[in-house]
Each structure stands twice: as C-alpha cells, then as structure tokens.
Ligand binder design. Structure first.
Ligand code: HEM
Length: 170
C-alpha cells in the first residue's frame, strides 16, 4: 500500500502495517506518558523481592520498562522491526506499556493510533520534513517536551491544497 493511497479510507489505515510498527517503536523509545503516578497497592505483595505494602503508592515508568536491557536488545536504537508480526509475540507482558495495562489502561489508544496513522501519512505525502541546521538528532530522552529537536516542515512543490485536509475523512 502506497502512502499516497493510504489517505483514503479506514480500510487503508488498517493495512498500513509498517507504519503501525514505526509508531509503536516511537512510543517505545519515547513514551508520551513516561511516568504513571496514579497507582496504589490494594494488597501487600512481593514484587521480585521488593515488599509492597497495602496502601503504598507505586510509580510505574513506561520509559524505564521500554529501555530495559533485560527485555530489549540495544534499547536506544530505533528499530521498528521489533514490532514485526513474527517478533511481537516475544515481547513479555508489561515490557511495552505506552497506554498502561489492565482494566484502567487508556481507553483512547485505538482512536489515538488511527488518528496518528492518518496524520503521519498525510504529512509524509504532502510535506518535506528536514531537521534545522545544528539540531542534535536525539530520538531518546525522558520526555519529548524537553527534546532539543527543531525541524522545518514545508509543503511539497506547493501542491498541498487546504481543502484536501477538509475533504478527506479519517
Ligand atoms: C499518545 C496518546 C495517548 C497516550 C500515550 C495515552 C496514555 C495513557 C495512559 C498511560 C493512561 C493510564 C494512566 C493511569 O494509569 O493513570 C491513560 C488513561 C486514559 N486515557 Fe489515554 N493516552 C493517549 C490518548 C488518549 C486519548 C486520545 C483519549 C481519549 C480520546 C484518552 C483517554 C484516556 C482515559 C479516559 C484514561 C483513563 C482510563 C481509566 O482511568 O480507566 N487517551 N492514557
């Protein structure tokens, strides 16, 4: 499926498997929610030798899980192949949690992925994206908000029509 064609329908979105892998790897290397501070243990338990007591506040860090060398080989390397259909089953439960996990995980995750896929496809097809001179090319860090990336986004050959964005459904 060409990206140009991918803009057209919901069916196309579900076929854009490699773009899925790219987005998953972006969320692994730089999770938009790097720290989940909202959990409290409702019972005492032993977590890999650490004693958690009922009532303890527990911080969960997607960023730490996503960069653990226990799970990921060369975690600082951007590699969408980690999420290829024949490898995704190897990822242990809890190792990849950009939307948290369990009954209180993110209810917007599917919506968010569909919107992102559509947005990125339109961006790549219609715009040239370049890093500004002097920009340090950092893909990793605790938060995108503190990233030093600076880019220039310009319309390709003045071919972008504003009504194009208004007319297409996602
Ligand atoms: C990149 C986009 C997003 C990321 C990374 C994300 C991530 C998360 C995470 C990590 C949680 C769990 C927080 C916790 O355990 O305290 C969460 C919860 C939640 N998210 Fe998202 N989210 C995203 C987009 C969205 C969107 C688009 C919506 C709504 C349309 C949404 C609605 C919610 C709601 C309502 C909860 C609370 C669920 C509950 O407590 O049962 N999220 N999200």
């Amino acid at each position: 499926m060409k990206l140009e064609e991918m803009q057209r329908s919901n069916e196309d979105l579900s076929e854009s498997a490699y773009l899925d892998q790219v987005i998953k790897e972006c969320f692994r290397i730089n999770p938009p929610v790097p720290l989940i501070p909202t959990r409290q243990a409702n019972a005492s338990f032993d977590f890999h030798g650490v004693q958690i007591k009922a009532g303890d506040k527990v911080l969960i860090s997607p960023w730490v899980n996503h960069h653990s060398t226990k799970t990921w080989s060369q975690p600082e390397i951007f590699d969408p192949e980690r999420f290829a259909p024949d490898r995704i089953q190897e990822i242990p439960k809890g190792a990849y949690i950009p939307f948290s996990l369990g009954p209180r995980d993110c209810i917007g995750k599917n919506y968010c992925l569909a919107v992102l896929k559509s947005f990125i496809a339109k961006l790549i097809v219609n715009y040239d994206i370049t890093l500004n001179a002097g920009t340090k090319q950092t893909l990793t860090g605790p938060s995108l908000a503190t990233s030093s990336m600076s880019m220039r986004i310009s319309a390709k050959n003045n071919t972008v029509k504003h009504e194009h964005f208004k007319a297409n459904r996602i």
